[in-house]
Design a protein around this ligand. Structure first.
Ligand code: GLN
Length: 313
């Protein structure tokens, strides 16, 4: 069926912004020290439709670190490079029901990480990119992200340094995966490149642009470039549904019914298949590391248009 008009989408986004801008629940993540310094009141919403319209409301010029939202894009890149089955075989596609940085994600089965959207699996995903050097590994990711965004994105160096200085847990996870043959490059290299991709700065509209092929059968609505094969898109969306919110995934599916991915920097993108990407950003996060205002805003907009993948009519 038809897309709502640009005006109707803008109105819904404005209503969501007004309704939740004074929401006081949640607090900035501070285990990455730089994230604690991002102004908590920032709140932006962007929508990119499957026909390439862009709607923006609120603090839409602020570049926040995409953090775990990046995990989806690198997974897409590996699917294109090595086939979707490579993700299934070398990582796995099971939800963890555990926090994003859980060590249990490598203890459930045979030593593989449970899925590409928790830290363990995301670091393994980075290690699957075919590259001869750390520089090349990073450049391939960076070039791919820029292509998705349609412009050059920058690493927020303060966020990168802050996480690189404190990411002992991720380094440990990478070492354990490597030890069991489930990480495919040097573990420190994988962790470092992963930390860099998490530190890429995006505005809400840039993040929506990056995710837009997932709402349009793998084709970017603006550049018209094919980023994913049509039959790979549902696979990406299935993993997002199971694992995009970690141990909060069930609640999110229950309330919203949209595949989505969050980052601890406060960004969330949700996919309405075939229709649009809805992004919201606000730094205060809940106990699972998911932005409180962003969840509410996306839920409001999705409800307003009755978007829910479990309720097609
Ligand atoms: N870079 C962060 C980490 O590894 C990403 C976590 C997140 O966004 N949930 O801890």
């Amino acid at each position: 069926d038809e897309l709502p008009t640009k005006e109707a989408l803008k109105k819904a986004a404005e209503e969501a912004h007004a309704k939740f801008k004074d929401e006081k629940e949640g607090k900035n993540a501070d285990y990455i020290p730089a994230l604690a310094k991002v102004p908590s009141e920032l709140f932006g919403i962007a929508i990119v439709t499957a026909d390439g319209e862009v709607i923006e409301v609120g603090d839409v010029d602020y570049s926040f670190s995409m953090q775990s939202c990046s995990k989806v894009f690198t997974m897409c890149m590996v699917m294109e490079e090595s086939g979707a089955e490579a993700i299934f075989e070398k990582i796995n596609v099971e939800p963890t029901g555990m926090p994003f940085n859980s060590i249990k994600a490598i203890e459930h089965g045979d030593g593989r990480a449970d899925n590409p959207l928790v830290n363990a699996g995301a670091i393994a995903t980075v290690s699957m990119i075919k590259a001869d050097s750390p520089e090349q590994r990073w450049k391939k990711i960076s070039d791919y992200y820029n292509l998705l965004a349609g412009e050059e994105l920058k690493v927020l160096e303060d966020v990168y340094v802050s996480e690189a200085e404190t990411n002992f847990r991720n380094r440990g996870i990478a070492n354990v995966l490597f030890n069991s043959g489930n990480l495919f490059c040097d573990p420190l290299e994988a962790t470092d490149v992963y930390t860099r991709q998490c530190s890429v700065g995006v505005t809400t509209a840039q993040l929506a642009m990056m995710a837009s092929p997932l709402a349009n059968d793998g084709v970017h609505p603006v550049s018209k470039k094919t980023f994913l094969k049509e039959d790979e898109v549902p696979k990406v969306l299935s993993i997002m549904t199971m694992a995009g919110f970690y141990d909060g995934a069930g609640q999110w599916a229950w309330k919203t019914g949209l595949p989505a991915k969050t980052g601890v920097g406060g960004g969330i993108f949700a996919i309405v298949p075939g229709k649009m990407v809805i992004v919201a950003f606000s730094p205060p996060v809940d106990q699972y590391g998911n932005s409180v205002r962003a969840q509410k805003a996306i839920q409001y907009i999705a409800d307003k248009f009755e978007y829910n993948i479990f309720d097609e009519d």
